[in-house]
Design a protein around this ligand. Structure first.
Ligand code: ADP
Ligand code: MG
Length: 682
């Protein structure tokens, strides 16, 4: 038997101690061999020398070559963590930070949170002894607020820099800025999977770039003859085509988000049931950012013997997370991306075609361990039309959040800030205006006291931070905390296509005639009741256990019956407790408005006045801020209702412009609660 097979048995808890020890040994041995066979292992000494020699170093290397997992360990062993200093590594995605930290902790043979840890928004697994710390780029940016020179780090590694998230770009700007002033300078390593290191090198005054040779086997690229009308359906057909016609090897499917992934998961299960027993050996494994972290690790586990694994992933699996065993890639050619219209001040998430660079990265995932195949679900002629590379996020997002943080860091001149790529002047102006309207800035564009400073401290979209601050004045902070938590997760309702009516009926029992925000509160409280009501049990350890198991079971059934997404609700509960901690620390008063939902709706109006819309004679709505004609999204409880005036949180654009998360308000409240905006408008 191979080492790998031995290793897998360690998850079986029923073995004798002796067996356990030898399996643990086998596992360690397996990991050692895996590490040694990584392309990066042979250049360890050279890399350490380069880091010693250069304060800024750019490392470019094929995905899967070992950059993220190995380089921090190299630096640790080379003595970069002496005197209590740490190596910090940023990732654009939460999932990557978590899964990689877990893996590296295992490689080092330590418990997660000790020498190796991770920290992401709403989830911190580090301690005083942590020396290798994985985190999101956004989180390091927040740390800079408290410690502008990042003095606890000896090295900061900005990983996946080619992704060019807005946080990565701002972080690079700040680091460049502070490096000139700090002595000894912080070591900065920029890692990228894309071969073009030039932008980074030029930005850092001709910084040194090294390339790590990767390993890549040939990948056959297959295109469809005609464009596909429904790429989800096309993906499904392709999964089964591979499963039934191709020899062994796992499949990786790129989808755009949680809802799509969960829909495909259900459809695969359904079709499997229609196949003969012998053909059912297919397991699905989802991976997306809001998946609870215990479940994220499932993608790294091999499928049960004789089974094929289908990984359903967002573009997380493009470069951030390397999944072993993949031989087939299905690429529908789409990705969910942020988009910002500075003229209207409107940010939205839209599904757009990938760039050529992304398509290449995706197909590359099939050739890591041997020759593979990539099924692009579009005709070859379409590939030629794709953009070469993805536009940096800073050019297509609302900058309010970033500006708030830069201001809190003392960077007042946003126009003069040395960005790697400057956002448009219009976008900066619009975002400043947005912050000004929220009361975060003074007339001369400084952070206001205390509101602006309070807003900068909360790890939320500025409009949500402001809503919490206002809610403490409206005596409904409890309700607003729930609302903000629920708005921060993916949809809690799911409506499978095949059971649309049933799911709509189920959703009705939570619906509030006032709108979606109160509906979300109803769902949250119902879930809380199920998971926490325990008046009838005395608190003993045994009872706790029984209660927990029981309530979990009831909760699961309840979710199923009510078409509620249990994962999302749990995630919201998590976020809730974290933000609650923040606002408590800030000294805000947490009270509930009880049944007085009028008060709560007034607070929503005061908070979200920028996103208000008024009914038009022909039945549509017109958004005040942007003048756009919009419709209430079919998923809203106010869909097809006849309310006059609403506030909303989100606009999505498909064939029509839809507003989502909508609540009924009175027009008069706007002029009363946001006179600075509504007198200006009229
Ligand atoms: P890079 O950053 O260069 O893309 P990584 O350091 O992420 O490469 O990955 C190196 C290797 O470690 C890959 O073969 C990958 O499959 C493996 N790996 C990474 N994370 C895990 C994990 N959580 N479990 C098992 N293997 C992992
Ligand atoms: Mg990596």
């Amino acid at each position: 038997p191979s080492m790998a097979q031995n290793g897998r048995v360690t998850t079986d808890f029923k073995q004798s101690n002796q067996a356990h020890n030898s399996n643990a040994f086998a596992r360690r041995e397996e990991i050692r061999q895996q590490r040694e066979s990584l392309p990066i292992a042979s250049v360890k000494e050279r890399l350490i020398e380069e880091v010693k020699k250069h304060d800024v170093l750019i490392i470019v290397g094929e995905t899967g070559s070992g950059k993220t997992t190995q380089i921090p360990q190299f630096l640790f062993s080379a003595g970069f963590c002496r005197e209590g200093k740490s190596v910090g590594i940023t990732q654009p995605r939460r999932v990557a930070a978590v899964t990689v930290a877990k893996r590296v902790a295992e490689e080092c043979g330590v418990e997660l949170g000790q020498k190796v840890g991770y920290s992401i928004r709403f989830d911190d697994r580090t301690s005083g002894v942590t020396r290798i710390k994985y985190m999101t780029d956004g989180l390091l940016l927040r740390e800079a607020l408290l410690d502008p020179y990042l003095s606890r780090y000896s090295v900061v590694i900005v990983d996946e820099a080619h992704e060019r998230t807005v946080h990565t770009d701002v972080l690079l700007g700040l680091l460049k800025n502070s490096q000139d002033r700090k002595f000894p300078p912080l070591k900065l390593i920029i890692m990228s999977a894309s071969l073009d290191a030039r932008v980074f090198s030029e930005y850092f005054g001709g910084a040194r770039a090294v390339h790590i040779q990767g390993r890549q086997h040939p990948v056959d690229i297959l295109y469809t003859l005609y464009p596909e009308k429904d790429y989800v359906d096309a993906a499904l057909v392709t999964i089964f085509q591979i499963h039934l016609e191709e020899r062994h090897g796992d499949i990786l499917v790129f989808l755009t988000g949680q809802e799509e992934i969960e829909a495909v998961e259900r459809l695969v299960q359904e079709r499997l049931r229609q196949l003969p027993e012998s053909n059912r050996k297919l397991v699905t494994v989802p991976i997306f950012s809001s998946l609870p972290s215990e479940q994220q690790m499932r993608v790294f586990m091999p499928a049960p013997d004789g089974h094929r694994k289908v990984v359903l992933a967002t573009n997380i699996a493009e470069t951030s997370v390397t999944i072993p065993g993949i031989k087939f890639v299905i690429d529908p050619g789409f990705v969910k991306a942020r988009s910002y219209d500075p003229a209207k001040g409107m940010e939205s998430l839209i599904i757009i075609p990938t760039s050529k660079a992304q398509a290449l990265q995706r197909s590359g995932r099939a050739g890591r361990e041997g020759p593979g195949k990539c099924f692009r679900l579009y005709p070859e002629s379409e590939f030629e039309k794709l953009e070469d590379s993805t536009k940096p996020e800073i050019k297509r997002c609302n900058l309010a959040n970033v500006i708030l943080q830069l201001k809190a860091l003392g960077v007042d001149d946003i126009f003069g800030f040395d960005f790697i790529e400057k956002p448009s002047r219009a976008a900066i102006v619009k975002s400043l205006e947005h912050l000004f309207l929220l009361g975060a800035l003074t007339d001369d564009c400084k952070l206001s006291d205390p509101v602006g400073h309070q807003m900068a401290r909360l790890p939320l979209d500025p409009i949500y931070s402001k809503a919490l601050i206002l809610a403490s004045q409206f005596n409904c902070l409890e309700e607003m905390l729930i609302t903000v938590a629920m708005l921060s997760v993916d949809s809690v309702f799911y409506a499978p296509r095949e059971k649309l009516d049933e799911s709509r009926t189920a959703a009705k029992c939570f619906a509030s005639p006032d709108g979606d925000h109160i509906t979300l509160i109803n769902v949250y409280r119902a879930a809380e009741d199920l998971l926490e009501k325990r008046k009838w049990v005395p608190h003993t350890e045994r009872n706790e256990k029984i209660f927990k198991a029981k309530s979990e079971k009831i909760f699961k059934r309840w979710c199923k019956e009510n078409f509620i997404n249990g994962r999302s609700v749990r995630h919201a509960r998590d976020i809730h407790s974290q933000i609650r901690g923040h606002v408590e620390q800030m000294g805000l008063r947490i009270t509930s408005c009880g049944d007085d939902m009028l008060q709560f709706r007034r607070c929503l109006a005061a908070s979200f006045f920028i996103n208000a819309a008024l009914k038009q004679p022909e039945g549509n709505y017109r958004a005040f801020g942007t003048g756009q004609v919009v419709q209430i999204h079919p998923s809203s409880v106010l869909f097809q209702s006849k309310v006059e005036c609403v506030v909303f949180n989100e606009m999505v654009q498909t064939t029509n412009k839809y507003i989502r998360n909508v609540t009924r308000i009175e027009y008069m409240w706007l002029t009363e609660l946001a006179p600075h905006y509504y007198t200006m408008q009229s």
